[in-house]
Write a protein that binds this ligand. Structure first.
Ligand SMILES: Nc1ncnc2c1ncn2[C@@H]1O[C@H](COP(=O)(O)OP(=O)(O)OP(=O)(O)O)[C@@H](O)[C@H]1O
Length: 708
């Protein structure tokens, strides 16, 4: 076993064990040490190190829970791959995995988080100059590449959970391939030029090289990892890279199927939760649902049914986890369950890979997932609920059996499992590519169609997205990133239309308003209207609503909540003021979780805007500049009223209808812009504002012209 670095342990300020009695702390460390030794991967530590030394690219496939994510980076660090200050970077598709795994590994190493072991996610960097093992999201590493195109501080990059094939993972793979080639070329050029090379860990290190701008670079080691990977695809992409399999799983997981298909999977989920609770032994339950609304309604239903149980059986706690939940709330699911209680975690696929949630013994998997799709012909990105792939089902069951034997209840017959797709369609094949293109252009990749993607995105989707970027002014006639609009848009972590709105809002003197509106548009449903209180919720909405539309209505809600919070802060503690705000939200039928998320996004994007020297000024009481600014940025989503009361979306020609939740549902103005198009049984448009038709030709002449 490699020796554990306990050097920082005693001085650590942040170490969670610091106040624990010595004996308790010692027992926990011993326990962790034993757990580490028992992991299947521990038996092949030396072998894996040899493989990494001998291969610049390695693919590792191993069962869920075998120890890949937590152990391999530690083995590499102990094996000398961080000598000379190199960092081992491990990417995860999701923030929650990056954070929780980093915490666990810091604990295993006995160091304070942010020292030897750290993490970085968008807007949160818990690393320091001594960090050697760094967990991060794949999106974050891509952003780092904008600042350092050689990723020169990394000696090894591990792309974890590569089977998920997020759009960020796919772009990252292409980028890493180029970086690896450039860095290796640096070495071979150095050899050609007779430059002395030092041998170290099987890699050559060179000290001065013009191509690398004098930076000390070693060839980059790339490791692709997952439990459910088609190793062949990745191996071929990396020119026949070596693939190794880590055998063995830690604890068995019993898989149970239903006899018949379920007609209502949410109801079947509730029945299964209570069945486990009543009939099975101790252990927490992890449930996979498709989204915030489904989770919140399942949570309500669990609480409605609890009083029907005997008093001793009512000790059931529910915890939701989905991506738009503020991170401190997400972290609650990782807290130990109080003695005598059973915890039910209602999660989206955010908890599907990499994470270990302590206490989970039972997993309920209805087999469904919500995905965004993209129709290049109309530019619509509908969210649809589809069946999971086999790879996802495997990952979900893998969340049980991490601390002991577990059970996974798949709410569909076994014959259905056999029919599932092996893996999920890569996101790059079903998403709007404008963000990817913006990013690649900012990285200096001009020929997008020629970029070496692991799987080529649809050509029409590329062309459509380029067209969109051109119309937004992000690309020049030569398809280069424009300066400053395109350059600035690439720096903002938002959808291109929102980025454009912020950039031009500073010219219209309404950036203060636009920052709020973009933050509010970035979260799921601010308003909620329970069926039994529809009339009351309508009255509440009226007190905020603006005759100009939903954007100004959202602005009114944000400002009213801000005013309330500020007043409350004057006479209360911070906690009390926040509690009062939640009460205020409830009274006004506002989703307090979504509002909190919007407040976080607001402070983040305001910081971005200030860093870019954009002027954060307000248009005051005159909202005309703000509405003109909406027209100048959302012009691609403009629509005109038809005689029958429906609308024609001007850029796609689609017939659309105003969603009943809009404040303009009854007024139906002549010309509008909208934020999104949702496809149910109708093409509904949501978040709408009234504009003047003439503004389109004036503010977006690249798209619209006045007819003589
Ligand atoms: N936060 C944690 N608390 C308790 N045990 C943990 C924690 N994180 C990891 N473990 C233990 O370490 C084991 C290995 O976890 P690790 O994430 O390294 O596995 P993995 O092979 O990467 O799995 P996956 O493919 O599911 O991500 C887990 O099965 C669990 O027993």
């Amino acid at each position: 076993m490699p020796s554990m670095d306990s050097g920082n342990f005693k001085q650590s300020q942040h170490n969670s064990n610091i106040n624990k009695p010595k004996s308790e702390h010692f027992a926990r460390r011993q326990n962790i040490e034993q757990q580490r030794k028992a992991l299947p991967i521990a038996a092949v530590e030396k072998l894996l190190l040899e493989e990494v030394r001998n291969n610049d690219t390695l693919i590792i496939v191993g069962e869920t829970g075998s120890g890949k994510t937590t152990q391999l980076p530690q083995y590499l660090n102990n094996g000398g791959f961080c000598r000379d200050g190199g960092i081992i970077g491990i990417t995860q598709p999701r923030r929650v995995a990056a954070v929780t795994v980093a915490k666990r590994v810091a604990e295993e190493c006995g160091v304070a988080l942010g020292q030897k072991v750290g993490y970085a996610i968008r807007f949160e960097d818990v690393t320091s100059s001594s960090t050697r093992i760094k967990y991060m999201t794949d999106g974050l590493l891509l952003r780092e590449a904008l600042l350092d195109s050689y990723l020169s501080k990394y000696s090894v990059i591990i792309v974890d959970e590569a089977h998920e094939r997020t759009v960020h993972t796919d772009v990252l793979l292409g980028l890493l391939k180029t970086v690896q080639k450039t860095r290796s070329k640096g070495v071979s050029d150095a050899v050609k030029n007779g430059m002395p090379l030092e041998k170290h860990n099987g890699s050559e290190v060179f000290s001065t090289l013009k191509q690398c701008r004098g930076k000390k670079l070693s060839p980059l080691k790339i490791i692709i990892m997952s439990a459910s990977l088609d190793a062949r695809v990745f191996s071929e992409y990396f020119g026949g890279a070596r693939a190794v399999h880590v055998q063995g799983r830690q604890y068995p997981v019993d898989i149970l199927y239903t006899r018949q298909p379920e007609t209502d999977y949410v109801d079947a989920t509730l029945i299964t939760i209570f069945q486990i609770h009543m009939e099975e032994g101790p252990g927490d339950i992890l449930v996979f649902l498709t989204g915030q609304e489904e989770i919140e309604s399942a949570e309500r239903l669990v609480h409605e049914r609890l009083p029907q149980l005997s008093e001793s059986k009512r000790k059931l706690l529910t915890f939701p986890i989905f991506s738009s939940l503020p991170s401190e709330k997400q972290m609650k699911v990782f807290m130990p369950t109080p003695i005598g209680f059973r915890k039910v975690i209602l999660a989206t696929n955010i908890a599907e890979t990499s994470v270990t949630i302590p206490g989970i013994k039972y997993v309920i998997d209805p087999g469904m997932v919500k995905v965004r799709t993209y129709e290049a012909s109309t530019g619509i990105e509908p969210l649809i609920i589809v069946k999971t792939s086999k790879a996802q089902a495997l990952q979900r069951s893998g969340r049980a059996g991490r601390e002991g034997p577990g059970k996974c209840y798949r709410l569909y017959p076994e014959s259905e499992f056999d029919k599932l797709k092996d893996s999920t369609t890569p996101e790059i094949k079903r998403c709007n590519l404008s963000n990817v293109i913006l990013h690649l252009k900012a990285l200096g990749v001009d020929d997008i169609i020629g970029f070496d993607f692991i799987e080529q995105p649809d050509r029409i989707a590329i062309i459509k997205s380029m067209e969109l970027l051109f119309l937004l002014g992000a690309l020049t006639d030569e398809s280069k990133l424009s300066d400053p609009v395109g350059q600035r848009m690439a720096r903002l972590p938002l959808d291109p239309i929102y980025s454009k709105a912020l950039i031009i809002a500073s010219e219209f003197n309404c950036l203060e308003e636009m920052l709020i509106v973009v933050a509010m548009l970035s979260v799921e449903s601010i308003f909620y209207a329970p069926r039994e209180k529809l009339e009351e919720s309508r009255i509440a909405l009226k007190s905020f609503s603006s005759p100009e539309g939903d954007h100004l209505t959202l602005l009114n809600v944000y400002r009213a909540s801000d005013e309330f919070l500020q007043k409350s802060n004057l006479v209360n503690s911070k906690e009390k003021a926040e509690k009062n705000l939640r009460k205020w939200c409830k009274e006004n039928f506002i989703n307090s979780r979504s509002l909190k998320h919007a407040r976080d996004i607001h402070s983040q994007i305001q910081r971005n805007a200030e860093q870019m020297n954009l002027h954060v000024t307000s248009c005051g009481d005159d909202m005309l500049p703000f509405r003109r600014c909406l027209a100048a940025s959302f012009f691609l989503n403009a629509a005109l009223k038809q005689p029958d009361g429906t609308y024609r979306a001007l850029s796609s020609g689609l017939t659309v209808q105003i969603h009943p939740s809009s404040v303009l549902f009854r007024t139906k103005p002549e010309c509008i812009i909208f934020d999104e198009l949702v496809r149910t049984n109708h093409n509904y448009i949501r978040n709408i504002s009234r504009i003047d038709y003439l503004w389109l030709a004036e503010l977006a002449p690249q798209c619209y012209a006045l007819q003589e």
